[in-house]
Ligand binder design. Structure first.
Ligand code: FAD
Ligand code: NDP
Ligand code: 3IO
Length: 417
């Protein structure tokens, strides 16, 4: 079930190789692409996965730090059709999650094409096919009936521009390149951003005897990862079966107060909208605290307001304070890169997320699909993957039956290009 026919055509103008794909072209081999591929495999549908990196799950393998653990319990993070090994802890480590993904790919015999960064994908209305250009110096054009965007909500780092940062002089990096606090021992580090990355990087810096100051410019929800030994995420999921969202939010906030105490005294103000409602409407993930709040309370993490500008070796904050710093870590988040490669398409917004919210965000027009853009983490990706495979397998079977009946193969048409 190779699913591809190589060299069927060569585009004379650019001399790029054309590859016919008898099934969907999946862009990205993170958890979303792998989950979709596994569901398709199970249904006997061939596919090709194009991956820009030289490994699967590059976000997890290359851009996460050593001490990272999943922050949702394992049952919310496993992919369809293959459970985590039974001996995995409640919150698997980064290494365990990567091992699981590697064995997942092996189990379903999924072999992505590596170093195939997709630069452009467009629907050719003349022949009703997707034309996807990928690769580095030697471009390849993949042509097929269906396109699955699986490049993720975290495809590119967000790097805000700050006045004077170029003259700062100390090390400046993004949280996606942070591995451990070891190299920061004894250093004053400005961590810009207080999402889960900013909080966990600041905590890790404390563990390595660095002195983090964390920039909090806005309101923020912090929930304990666990309430009296039970995952607060799991608790919220259970409560949502019976209670309206606003009431679940109220309960979560009361429980947070009981477990964490008031945050206001430490420079952390809560938004007026509840944590789950904010996640649903705006995609902002609440911080699931694994110890940073305690370090904030003891002053080991110094909470500071927004950044005004940088000077050599210093930062000026919006309240006028100027503080000396050795290093800056930008924990300023990520964005989708779909708008940079998907041509002329209004299924995705200019931010690169489907305009339709969950659960209707997985299917577009003309054979376009999106997996893992639900703002619902890995469980959202698993949902999309199953829906997409179901839909494509039905269409693929119809098309294959029709081709057999007519004795034609759509792939042949590309030799005319
Ligand atoms: C630090 C961190 C921790 C997280 N922890 C959790 C958690 O505990 N639980 C949870 O549910 N979610 C978590 N998330 C959310 C996260 O989005 C998912 O875990 C998951 O990685 C999403 O999978 P994905 O395949 O959609 O995207 P990704 O994992 O980002 O994979 C996308 C793949 O597409 C490739 N790609 C991108 N652009 C192109 C292109 N143009 N051409 C070809 N390939 C391309 C990338 O190289 C990458 O391999 C976390 C996110 C981060 C950043
Ligand atoms: N253990 C785990 O499982 C972990 C999971 N994650 C997940 O990874 C994803 C990404 O998280 P994260 O990397 O934290 O990104 P987020 O987008 O969640 O957070 C970005 C942070 O940067 C701040 N920020 C952005 N620009 C500026 C600026 N110019 N000045 C000051 N602050 C700024 C934002 O503030 P503002 O709100 O004001 O815009 C926000 O606090 C999330 O889904 C998260 O849950 C991350 C780490 C660990
Ligand atoms: O870790 C993430 O970013 C996730 O998106 C996982 C997630 C999905 N729904 C949530 C609600 C509260 C906290 C995390 C998540």
């Amino acid at each position: 079930m190779a699913g591809v026919t190589e060299n069927l055509g060569v585009d004379i103008s650019s001399r790029r190789r054309c590859v016919w794909v008898n099934g969907p072209i999946i862009v990205g081999s993170g958890p979303s692409g792998l989950a979709t591929a596994a569901c398709l495999k199970e249904k006997g549908v061939p596919f090709v996965i194009l991956e820009r990196a030289n490994c699967i799950a590059s976000l997890w393998q290359r851009h996460t730090y050593d001490r990272l653990k999943l922050h949702l319990p394992k049952q919310f993070c496993q992919l369809p059709r293959l459970l985590f090994p039974a001996n995995y802890p409640e919150y698997p480590t980064r290494k365990q999650f990567i091992d699981y993904l590697e064995s997942y790919a092996k189990h379903f015999d999924i072999s992505p094409r590596f170093n195939q960064g997709v630069e452009s994908a467009r629907f050719d209305h003349t022949c009703g096919l997707w034309r996807v250009t990928a690769g580095g110096d030697r471009k390849v054009e993949y042509i097929g009936r269906w396109l699955v965007a699986a490049t993720g909500e975290n495809a590119e780092k967000v790097v805000p521009q700050f006045e004077g940062l170029a003259e700062f002089g100390g090390s400046v990096s993004h949280a996606s390149d942070y591995k451990s606090g070891q190299e920061y021992a004894g250093k004053r580090v400005l961590v810009v951003g207080c999402g889960n990355s900013g909080m966990e990087v600041s905590l890790d810096l404390c563990h390595h005897n660095a002195f983090p100051s964390m920039v909090v410019r806005n309101t923020i929800h912090v929930l304990p990862r666990e309430v009296y030994g039970k995952s607060s995420f799991h608790l919220a999921v259970l409560l949502m079966k019976w209670l309206p969202l606003w009431l679940v939010d109220k309960i979560m906030l009361i429980l947070s107060y009981l477990v964490l105490g008031s945050m206001e005294n430490y420079g952390l103000r809560r938004p007026s909208v509840g944590p789950l409602e904010l996640k649903n409407t705006n995609g902002r993930t609440p911080v699931l605290d694994i110890g940073a709040l305690e370090k904030i309370k003891t002053g080991q993490i110094n909470v500071v307001p927004g950044v005004k500008r940088f000077f050599p070796g210093k930062v000026e904050l919006v309240d006028g304070q100027i503080i000396v710093m050795d290093s800056v870590i930008l924990a300023t988040g990520y964005r989708s890169n779909v708008p940079s490669w998907l041509q002329a398409n209004d299924f995705f917004s200019k931010e690169g997320l489907p305009r339709q919210p969950f659960p209707n965000s997985w299917k577009g027009e003309s054979g376009l699909y999106a997996v893992g853009f639900t703002k619902k983490g890995l469980s959202g990706a698993s949902f999309d993957a199953a829906s997409i495979a179901e839909d494509i397998s039905r269409l693929w079977r119809d098309e294959t039956t029709q081709q057999k009946r007519l004795g034609t193969c759509r792939g042949r048409c590309i030799s005319h290009f």
